[in-house]
Write a protein of this length. Structure first.
Length: 277
C-alpha cells in the first residue's frame, strides 16, 4: 500500500513530507534487519584445543579439562551474557557453542562423574574477536583396577573403557591440538604404556624413573590404549587401610553399639537423678 501511494505521488510529480518520513523509516528498518541478520550469520564459536589431565588416586581420578575457545566479534556479547547466567547447564553450553566435544573426556558409563564443576573464563580480545578458556573438573571412579602383587605393593591398570575422545574409523583419537595427561602418585613405577607417551621420553634402559606426568598429543590414536604402574603403600597407609576396612565391614554393628551405650547412659541418668525426685 505504501509503495502504491508513493508511485501515485511520483507520477503526479510531488511527494508529501509525511510520505518521505515513512520511506526513511522503512529503509532504516530494513537496514537494521539486515545488520542483525549479518551479525547472527557471523556469530560463531570454535573449540581449538582440549587439554585433559587425569590425576590418578587409587582406583579413582580427579579430571581437569581446559578447552581453548575462539569467539567471533559477533558472539562476544552473547558469550559475556551467558557467563552471567548461572542457571545454564553443560547441555545449554553445548547448544550455545554448537560444540558436541564439550563433554567429559574421561567417563565411566556405569558410575558417571561426581563433584562436577564448569567455569567459562573471561574473554581476551583479539583482532579477530576473542579467546577464552572453558574449565571442567570432576571425579571419576573405577578408572583403574588394582591387584596386590606383594606386601604393601599394588599394581594399577588403566581402564581404557573410560576414554571418551573423538571417534574415527580406526577408533578414538586425540585432536590435532588436544592433549591427554596421566598423573601417577609420587614414587610410582610405570610398568607399561601403549602407545609410547610423547612426553617424557624413556631413559636408556626403557624406563621412566622419577616421572609422574605422562602425555600424549599430536593426533595420537588411542585404539588399544593401555597404561599400568606399581605403587608401594607406606606402613602408615597400610594401618589406616586396615582399620578403614574394619570400620566399613562392621559399621552397622558399631552404630548399634553407640546407640546402646547412649541408651544405657540415658537410663542411668534418668534412674539416678530424675526418678527419685
Amino acid at each position: 500500500m505504501l509503495i502504491r501511494r508513493i508511485a501515485t505521488y511520483a507520477l503526479a510529480g510531488k511527494t508529501p513530507a509525511r510520505e518521505i518520513s515513512m520511506i526513511r523509516l522503512a529503509i532504516l528498518g530494513f537496514a537494521l534487519m539486515a545488520a542483525v541478520a549479518l551479525g547472527l550469520a557471523g556469530a560463531s564459536y570454535n573449540i581449538t584445543a582440549v587439554n585433559t589431565t587425569v590425576v590418578l588416586n587409587g582406583t579413582g581420578a580427579k579430571v581437569v579439562e581446559t578447552l581453548s575457545l575462539s569467539i567471533s566479534n559477533a558472539s562476544i556479547s552473547q558469550y559475556d551474557a551467558s557467563r552471567g547466567a548461572y542457571n545454564l547447564t553443560l547441555s545449554d553450553w553445548q547448544r550455545l557453542l554448537n560444540a558436541p566435544q564439550l563433554t567429559e573426556s574421561i567417563l565411566n558409563p556405569k558410575s558417571g562423574a561426581t563433584d562436577f564443576s564448569f567455569l567459562p573464563g573471561a574473554i581476551v580480545l583479539t583482532p579477530q574477536g576473542g579467546e577464552s578458556e572453558l574449565i571442567m573438573s570432576y571425579d571419576v571412579y573405577n578408572v583403574t583396577t588394582v591387584t596386590e602383587i606383594a606386601p604393601r605393593k599394588f599394581q594399577y591398570v588403566f581402564n581404557d573403557s573410560v576414554l571418551n575422545f573423538a571417534h574415527t574409523a580406526s577408533g578414538q583419537e586425540l585432536g590435532q591440538l588436544d592433549r591427554l595427561n596421566l598423573v601417577v602418585p609420587e614414587g610410582s613405577l610405570v610398568v607399561s604404556a601403549y602407545p609410547t607417551p610423547d612426553s617424557p621420553k624413556p631413559n636408556s634402559v626403557g624406563s621412566y624413573a622419577n616421572a609422574t606426568v605422562f602425555s600424549w598429543y599430536s593426533q595420537e590414536p588411542l585404539n588399544g590404549f593401555s597404561f599400568s604402574y606399581v605403587a608401594t603403600q607406606s606402613l602408615q597407609q597400610e594401618v589406616l587401610s586396615y582399620f578403614s576396612s574394619i570400620y566399613s565391614r562392621y559399621r552397622p554393628l558399631l552404630y548399634l553399639l553407640v546407640v546402646m551405650v547412649v541408651g544405657v547412659l540415658a537410663a542411668y541418668v534418668y534412674l539416678k537423678f530424675v526418678e527419685p525426685g
